[in-house]
Design a protein around this ligand. Structure first.
Ligand code: AMP
Length: 213
């Protein structure tokens, strides 16, 4: 099964994608994670995208479509979860073509609905363990011992450079201008399901499971 998790920054796409990976043996394709990896590698592409990402703007369609194309050539496991891709209509068209070329198709697009005030709260307080990637939040999920990861004991926590209020405002604007039209696009194609993204991680996971049935 190939699915898209669609929603604004902070909707919980990455968190829910990781659960689906564990529970269903699916493969998470997060263009945000791929781009963050590229920028630490010091490649020409990595340097080019770093400033764009920090400002909260979208990197070019050409770059992200290229990244996805490479990953789609690999094993599909229990299916792909597209997380943070597509973000523009051009990317959505490209994804349709890439899947068709593989003889595959998109089974479901899950739109995660969360209101803007909640998104700002979630994003401005979030951080992750620098070692194992476990996610935390200043208000909603603090580690048992301050700054020590509950899972692996590591004491180096990381915050994303673009999780500040100014970049977030740009990211939300980019979402509404360029990504939200995909809701109508996939509705018209007949594979859109909306879920309430406001509950606990478990509640949202249950909603998503229902949407994938
Ligand atoms: P994310 O981790 O999905 O929030 O993505 C972080 C940043 O990476 C975004 O704000 C964009 O700058 C860039 N990015 C990730 N995915 C895409 C995409 N599909 N198209 C364009 N830019 C992207």
């Amino acid at each position: 099964m190939n699915i898209i998790l669609l929603g604004p920054p902070g909707a919980g796409k990455g968190t829910q994608a990781k659960r689906l990976v564990d529970e269903r043996n699916m493969i998470q394709l997060s263009t945000g994670d791929m781009l963050r990896e590229a920028r630490t590698s010091g490649t020409e592409m990595g340097n080019k995208v770093a400033a764009i990402m920090d400002a909260g703007e979208l990197v070019t369609d050409e770059i992200v479509i290229g990244l996805i194309e490479e990953k789609l050539a690999g094993d599909a496991g229990g299916g792909f979860i597209f997380d943070g891709f597509p973000r523009t209509l051009a990317q959505a068209d490209a994804l349709g073509e890439l899947l068709a070329r593989k003889g595959a198709r998109l089974d479901r697009v899950v739109e995660m609905q969360v209101d803007d005030d909640e998104l700002v709260k979630r994003i401005t307080g979030r951080f992750t363990c620098g070692n194992c990637g476990e996610g935390y939040h200043d208000e909603f999920k603090r580690p048992k011992t301050p700054d020590v990861c509950d899972v692996c004991g590591e004491s180096q926590m990381k915050r994303r450079a673009d999780d500040n209020e100014e970049s977030l405002r740009t990211r939300l604007m980019e979402y509404y201008k360029k990504t939200s039209p995909l809701i109508g696009y996939y509705y018209a194609k007949g594979n859109l399901k909306g879920v309430n993204g406001l509950g606990s991680i478990e509640e949202v996971a249950a909603e998503i499971a229902g949407a994938l049935e």
